[in-house]
Design a protein around this ligand. Structure first.
Ligand code: KIV
Length: 292
């Protein structure tokens, strides 16, 4: 069923998200990378499904997000948007897809909308992205901002570190947030910054802030699907709350399958298909003749 189907009245739009802030309703965002993760996330009530470039780490097993390509994001977006009936789907624009000029950025973001089926894109960076954000918004592509710890700046920042800890850095973050809002972004991710700074940005901005490692005062929160479900085996930052250990459950179930196969316990007679009785009798007779 399309988003124009019977669930249309429930579909979350960009303007509806802005209204959430005015109404004081929290926003729930989850990352999703494929059809099942999107279905699960949406059925669990996520308002926004972010096709995060975190897929580089949690799906591809890379050490960072920098190697994810545009083609890969488009492919993952198409799976997620096929599953989403109600949630807003946002493409996380990979490194180098919006850094080489406004035309390139427009074309690349446009692919995520046209081929990937998303309703919005996310770009990392504050004031320095204002022109880009305004250009995309002006050309009908809604944009989510992302400031603080921006993983695509990993090498420039010197690692995955909390940002905005000095007075100057905190003030710079506030300026960045307001510049992103002023440029026309509809929401803003605040990653790994002190709770006090996130609270001030949230109080000053009219667009919803969505925190990850930014304390409890944001208008919404996001976590990475694999982190919160216990499916990522790398280092988990302090701000991740693990709501389940599905990695252990999967390992245990897969192990039981392996044991059953080795011990001849899988499949059972009930799990096999059988010939009709008469065909089986004739088949056995032919087999006997063939072997005699
Ligand atoms: O790539 C991602 O998953 C993200 C979120 C953590 C905000 O950017």
């Amino acid at each position: 069923m399309s988003k124009m189907g019977s669930l249309a009245h429930e579909a979350i739009s960009v303007p509806a998200l802005r209204e959430r802030k005015a109404a004081g309703e929290r926003v729930v965002m989850l990352t999703a990378y494929d059809y099942p993760s999107a279905r699960l996330g949406e059925e669990a009530g996520a308002d926004i499904l972010l096709v995060g470039d975190s897929l580089g780490m949690v799906v591809q097993g890379q050490p960072d997000t920098l190697r994810v390509t545009l083609d890969q994001i488009v492919y993952h977006c198409s799976m997620v948007s096929r599953a989403a009936k109600r949630a807003l789907v946002v493409a996380d624009m990979p490194f180098l897809t919006y850094h080489t000029g406004l035309d390139d950025a427009m074309r690349n973001c446009g692919r995520c909308v046209q081929e990937g089926g998303v309703q919005a894109v996310k770009v990392e960076g504050g004031s320095k992205r204002a022109k880009l954000i305004a250009h995309l918004v002006d050309n009908e592509i809604p944009v989510m901002g992302h400031i603080g710890l921006t993983p695509q700046s990993l090498h420039a920042l010197g690692g995955f570190k909390v940002q905005g800890k000095t007075l100057e850095a905190a003030e710079a973050l506030l300026k960045d947030a307001l510049a992103v809002e002023e440029a026309g972004a509809f929401a803003l991710v605040l990653e790994c910054i002190p709770a006090e700074v996130a609270a001030e940005i949230t109080a000053r901005a009219k667009i919803p802030t969505i925190g990850i490692g930014a304390g409890p005062h944001c208008d919404g929160q996001v976590l990475v699907f694999h982190d919160l479900l216990g499916l990522y085996e790398g280092h988990l930052p302090r701000f991740v709350r693990k709501y389940g250990d599905f990695g252990a459950m999967m390992r245990e179930a897969l192990g039981r399958f392996g044991r059953d196969v080795r011990e001849g316990k899988f499949p059972s007679e009930e799990e096999a298909f059988h010939l009709p009785e008469e065909t089986s009798r004739l088949f056995a007779r032919e087999a006997r003749v063939a072997h005699s």
